[in-house]
Design a protein around this ligand. Structure first.
Ligand SMILES: NC(=O)c1ccc[n+]([C@@H]2O[C@H](COP(=O)([O-])OP(=O)(O)OC[C@H]3O[C@@H](n4cnc5c(N)ncnc54)[C@H](OP(=O)(O)O)[C@@H]3O)[C@@H](O)[C@H]2O)c1
Length: 361
């Protein structure tokens, strides 16, 4: 199979490094361009990341000598050289919006890890197992931008990729009220214990903007397409508290759920065990075989033991039990830089290729 040529803008950052690592071993994608800020442009990738390579795995040999391009000033050149790009730049929201739109206008599809375009009504925000039908808005987006091949598609915030997958198969029980507390790893802030020593033996009860995202983004994921835009769902009502915890990778969530028709425990577990999404139906290379794993042991899931499940792409659930105020409570875990960031975006790109939204030039 001829591979798709792929670029990563923001390829030197924490999420970018995950993208590079995943793409160097990908069966469909060939990493041909890495771009970042003017601080890295012109250097080899190894020179650009040497001081801040953050992964446990070594820097892949085949990217060491790739010359980093400038994501801002080389737009036309990069768009020419690839079939699509992943975006993992960290800039001001308006700058990211403008930059991603510039690539789309150069007829280069953009799969973004950033939040900048998540609320643009004709930009689909996709978890492939949950709302693949939202891809239909791409046609309307192309019309608005006056382009044929380019578009922007985004993935949702990492915090909710642990609990929304667990709630999704239960929606038809009349999912009404959700209370969720998330316990989020420091890599979610682009940090390690070396770069954020204040986090050792510490918790910080504030992550800017995260609670709003955790409460509102699920309603876009559960929305429907109408007249070329996504109309948000009205329910459930969600309240969230998000805490930063001294963990390298893996976001945990403690969830309380109330239904209009309370299902039996065994029915919930059966729904989780049986759930398959479009990613599993299409057998996409990065799709976990089993999306939702339920653990019967009462001390699971655990971050260190379970975050890497199915390549960090599966969601772990445990401790399902009745609650005195809500109907049920349980915990969930997902890997924030794999399922929650680069891995989720790679899976989205696979879906876009499989469904014909991205083609080779
Ligand atoms: N970390 C996570 O788990 C996570 C999860 C979901 C979403 N996100 C989002 O993903 C994005 C990247 O996060 P991160 O943690 O990887 O950040 P990061 O480690 O700070 O990396 C930022 C990247 O953006 C590049 N960059 C910064 N300013 C730029 C500019 N003016 N023009 C072009 N490139 C520029 C940097 O290039 P240089 O190296 O050259 O400076 C670097 O490649 C952020 O928007 C973040 O909110 C992160």
């Amino acid at each position: 199979m001829e591979k798709y040529r792929v670029g990563v803008i923001g390829g030197t950052g924490m999420v970018g490094q995950r993208f590079i690592t995943l793409l160097t071993q990908h069966p469909w994608f060939d990493l041909t361009v890495i771009a970042a800020s003017c601080r890295s442009a012109g250097k080899t990738y190894e020179e650009a990341v040497r001081a801040h390579w953050a992964l446990d795995t070594p820097l892949p040999e085949q990217v060491k000598n790739m010359r980093v391009l400038n994501a801002d000033t080389d737009v036309a050149r990069i768009a020419q050289q690839v079939d699509f790009i992943f975006s993992a730049v960290d800039m001001k929201k308006e700058e990211i919006q403008a930059l991603e739109e510039a690539y789309a206008r150069h007829e280069c599809p953009v799969i973004s890890n950033n939040s900048a375009h998540r609320w643009t009504p004709d930009v689909p925000m996709i978890v492939p197992e949950i709302n693949p039908e939202h891809l239909h808005v791409i046609e309307a987006q192309r019309k608005r931008l006056g382009i044929q091949r380019g578009f922007i598609a985004v993935k949702s915030n990492c915090s909710l990729q642990s609990y929304v997958p667990a709630l999704h198969p239960l929606r038809d029980f009349g999912l009404e009220r959700i209370l969720v507390c998330t316990y989020q790893a420091i890599s979610g802030a682009g940090k390690t214990f070396d770069t954020w020593p204040e986090m050792v033996d510490n918790m910080i009860p504030y992550i800017g903007g995260e609670e709003e995202k955790s409460e509102q983004e699920p309603l876009k994921l559960w929305g429907h397409v109408e007249n070329g835009v996504i109309v948000n769902a009205c329910a459930p009502s969600i309240t969230a508290q998000c805490l930063r915890v001294p963990v390298t990778n893996g976001h945990m969530a403690a969830v309380f759920a109330g239904f209009t028709r309370k299902p039996p425990v065994e029915e919930i577990k059966a729904r989780w065990a049986e759930y398959k999404g479009r990613a599993q139906e299409l057998n996409l290379p990065s799709a976990p075989k089993q999306f939702l794993h339920y653990f019967e042991q009462e001390d699971r899931p655990q971050t260190r033991l379970d975050r890497e499940l199915e390549g960090g792409m599966a969601v772990s659930i445990g401790r399902l039990r009745p609650d005195v105020q809500y109907d049920y409570k349980f915990v969930c875990l997902s890997h924030n830089t794999l399922r929650g960031a680069a891995g989720g975006a790679v899976l989205l790109a696979e879906l876009l290729c499989a469904e014909g939204y991205i083609t080779r030039r």
